[in-house]
Design a protein around this ligand. Structure first.
Ligand code: IMP
Length: 438
């Protein structure tokens, strides 16, 4: 039980889309297990191999390494139709998962009425707050789980009981939607559809917690792959403008059933700037040409929904909060190259509230975010960092910027990414990540 090897978690430190997929993909070659533990197909991880990009939504990013065993933990919510499509896409590209995938019997399903409810809430006729969700039914699926009306993967082994498992939640959604129920299929059609979609997946359903526990006890290495990020965490993010799962470290333990002792390192992933999709606070947002430039150069459009991402400077208080929440021991700074060529690069070091008082503390109440003005420190820009693979090649100006960033966040850099491909970037000399990758 004492063995925990170099078990490592990769977690997002901003509002998602930090480039976690790339890092998981690089590290996966060194790990026996890659595990997803929360979120659903709201996530979109793009991994680029030999110039080919593959978008994954529910399948762990280790899919591209034949030696990796993939686990979908109990904290994940699954859309089975999308899962099947993803498996088929991977199969077409030559990635066969048939003997190396396990889906927790305790993971919950996303059902058509969850998606209908999510879309209805976000729609024009509804007066509720618009979160700008991905419209994938994530919130309602987690709501049903908490309300004890959810359907779990293990229930699929008992098709005769499915209608009873689904009925109460389904009826409640129908009642809420009333005349706006639209073309929501009947309960019978949902059950029928589910039985069909589940058929090819039944072989993958099992005791993921038990399997992970024995893997850990045997000393097999485990890489945990976070989805979304701390500022979207239902407890520690910018509530209510968050997703419905715990994307920060706590979610790893509830979403796998492993104890904290099973983890050694936490790598926090942040872009060299900040982005956010959907509504909600974003103090460092740039609503000018620079923001637009970052969006275009960084191709900041959602992997899942295609929506343009809001862009802004790196926000140190936001990232420092995420580092503390997750006990991050090394930063992975991604997409530094996107800032190449800018005459100046900004770093938000704090905020001034309505009274002009300077603070680095994030408000715990949504109304208190309003009126916060970012304190931006400007740095001289650099020419190019694209594709560089060691410290010595880093322009002096970029070094100065990164030093200020780590000082403000109070966590050292462990990895720097300088382009989308696996080979564009490097681990920071002398860090635990460099040891793992060497
Ligand atoms: P939901 O997770 O679809 O309910 O969306 C809630 C909020 O989280 C919205 O602002 C979404 O844009 C955001 N969100 C959910 N998943 C991701 C992601 O993977 N990357 C970035 N934002 C996300």
């Amino acid at each position: 039980m004492s063995q925990r090897k170099e078990n490592l978690a990769i977690l997002g430190l901003q509002w998602g889309d930090e480039g976690k997929g790339k890092l998981v993909d690089i590290l996966a070659a060194r790990y026996r297990h890659v595990v997803r533990f929360q979120g659903g197909n709201n996530a979109g991880h793009t991994v680029v191999v030999n110039g080919q990009s593959i978008a994954l939504h529910q399948v762990p990013s280790g899919a591209l390494h034949a030696s990796c065993f993939l686990t979908v933990g109990s904290g994940v919510v699954l859309n089975l139709e999308v899962f099947n499509q993803e498996l088929a896409r991977l199969q077409d590209r030559g990635f066969d998962l048939s003997d190396r995938l396990l889906i927790s019997e305790k993971a919950h399903l996303i059902l058509p009425h969850h998606i209908a409810l999510d879309k209805w809430r976000e729609g024009a006729t509804n007066k509720s707050i618009k979160i700008g969700t991905t419209g994938r039914g994530i919130g309602p699926a987690y709501e049903m789980k908490a309300a004890r009306m959810g359907v779990r993967m293990g229930d699929l082994r008992h098709p005769e009981l499915l209608a009873d498992r689904i009925r109460q939640g389904y009826e409640e959604v129908r009642l809420r939607l009333g005349a706006e129920v639209g073309d929501l299929p009947s309960l019978e059609a949902i059950v029928e559809g589910l039985i069909q979609t589940a058929a090819p997946l039944l072989r993958y359903i099992g005791d993921a917690q038990g399997n992970l526990m024995s893997a850990w006890e045997k000393g097999e290495s485990i890489l945990f792959e976070g989805a979304q990020a701390t500022l979207l965490d239902i407890d520690h993010g910018t509530y209510p403008f968050v997703t419905s799962s715990n994307c920060s470290l706590g979610g790893l333990f509830t979403g796998t059933g492993l104890p904290p002792k099973a983890l050694k390192h936490v790598v926090g992933v942040a872009k060299a700037y900040t982005t956010r999709v959907g509504a909600g606070p974003f103090p460092s947002e740039l609503l000018d040409e620079t923001g637009e430039k970052i969006r275009q150069v960084g191709r900041e459009f959602g992997t899942t929904t295609g929506r343009p991402r809001r862009c802004g400077w790196f926000d140190a208080p936001v990232t420092a909060h995420a580092c503390r929440t997750n006990g991050v021991d090394g930063l992975a700074i991604m997409k530094l190259d996107v800032l190449d060529g800018l005459p100046e690069v900004g770093l938000v070091t704090g905020y001034r509230d309505a009274n002009g008082t300077l603070t680095t503390k994030l408000p715990g109440c949504i109304s208190e975010w309003e009126g916060l003005k970012p304190e931006v420190k400007m740095f001289k820009g650099w020419t190019t960092t694209r594709g560089i693979t060691d410290m010595a090649q880093l322009p002096e100006e970029a070094k100065v910027y990164l030093e200020a960033l780590t000082e403000a966040v109070e966590v050292p850099i462990a990895y720097l990414s300088t382009g989308p491909d696996r080979v564009e970037g490097f681990s920071w000399p002398g860090t635990f990540l460099a040891e793992i990758l060497d």
